[in-house]
Design a protein around this ligand. Structure first.
Ligand code: KG4
Ligand code: ZN
Length: 347
């Protein structure tokens, strides 16, 4: 089945074409340059860029996949969660296409997309896994979410733990901002952390003894803020040294990893899962993936993550694959005209 998928949930305009789970094209147009000077995503700017770029990106994806719009048998679109006015652009376009070409439409949850990125096949037909072995667990960590999802069977998702405040990616971005490192902070902090001493500073592991599977990252972020302020006050030139910056990055990252590992191992034990599927932008961090693999090794579970960085961060290929599975389950949009975006959609 030839699928065209669209994701305009945040600051990436993406269109993918797939043949079932086989990805034929996955075009991503990042708006990072547009938002950088504001230090974060500006919704109105994101919406305008999606509007300008969506049409040419659809054309480019079709060209790369050597497919025509007439050949598309299923349209898939992210309806939420995300920025309302950004989601709107993709949803309106997908509705118009499905109606014009008289083909079915599936409305995909963006977080489900991050899970199904693990089932996306590359041009050699290879995917990290061929199927989900339930019960499985998904750890989704992005700029807007930090969630532990129990997968009782394919398509049956229950959130068993989540952040009570900031998402992990958001904490990276805010720490980067505090340390004057630029935007988006995740990749920058992760890179600097490689040369720092992760034990240089003592930072709090939030929710350690909460007894549940929830997370919190706002206390850690604030602790880094006060720590860096104190270091600045005690410095000769009122700035952080290069060494202090890399040590702060490494210490922040170690503690962020610790809090995730703690709840993840707890969840694996509690639910006796066979697979742990990773997804979301922060999973692009190879040190994070390694830390998770090491932590879960003694528990005998398989840790799975997308085989490409661009399948960890926002992309439409993951929406095509999730859409394919959704179509198999018969979950298509019955009244296309009535479909609306849902910025706070939950799994
Ligand atoms: O999934 P994603 O592309 O968009 C959302 O749905 O939010 O995730 C973006 C987040 C940002 O916060 C970014 O800083 C973070 O993922 N990120 C990283 C890395 N690459 C992206 N965080 C840590 N290490 C990285 N290498
Ligand atoms: Zn995302």
């Amino acid at each position: 089945m030839t699928i065209l998928a669209i994701d305009t949930s945040c600051d990436e305009t993406s269109v993918a074409i797939s043949d079932d789970e086989l990805i034929l094209a996955n075009v991503i147009s990042s708006q990072i340059q547009l938002h950088r000077k504001w230090g974060g995503v500006v919704p109105a700017i994101a919406q305008r860029a999606h509007k300008e770029r969506l049409e040419p990106i659809i054309k480019e994806a079709l060209r790369r996949a050597r497919v025509k719009l007439n050949d598309i048998e299923l349209f898939a679109v992210t309806y939420g969660p995300g920025l309302a006015i950004a989601l709107e652009v993709g949803v309106a376009k997908a509705k118009a296409l499905a109606q014009h070409y008289r083909q079915p439409l599936v409305a995909v949850n963006h977080m489900a997309g991050h899970i199904y990125a693990n089932l996306a096949k590359n041009k050699y037909g290879k995917a990290p896994i061929q199927k989900i072995e339930s019960p499985a667990l998904a750890l989704l960590v992005s700029g807007g979410h930090t969630e532990l999802v129990l997968i009782k069977s394919e398509g049956d998702f229950t959130i068993i733990g989540q952040t009570l405040d900031d998402a992990m990616g958001e904490a990276y971005d805010k720490v980067a901002k505090m340390l004057g490192l630029g935007y988006p902070g995740g990749p920058i902090v992760a890179k600097l952390a490689k040369t720092g001493n992760p034990y240089a500073y003592d930072l709090p592991i939030a929710m350690k003894d909460s007894g549940d599977l929830n997370f919190s990252f706002s206390g850690l972020k604030t602790a880094v803020l006060y720590l860096s302020k104190g270091l600045i006050d005690n410095s000769h030139d009122r700035r952080l040294s290069k060494q202090q910056i890399v040590d702060l990055a490494a210490s922040f990252q170690r503690v962020a990893f610790e809090s995730v590992k703690l709840k993840l191992t707890q969840a694996v034990r509690q639910y006796g899962v066979k697979q742990v599927l990773l997804g979301g932008g922060v999973i692009a961090n190879t040190d994070f993936r390694r830390a998770i693999r090491v932590a879960l090794k003694p528990l005998g579970v398989t840790v799975i993550y997308p085989n490409l960085k661009k399948l960890c961060t926002d992309n439409a290929a993951m929406i095509a694959v999730a859409g394919y599975y959704q179509f198999q389950r018969g979950e298509i949009v019955r009244h296309i005209a009535k479909l609306d975006r849902d910025p706070i959609a939950s799994l």
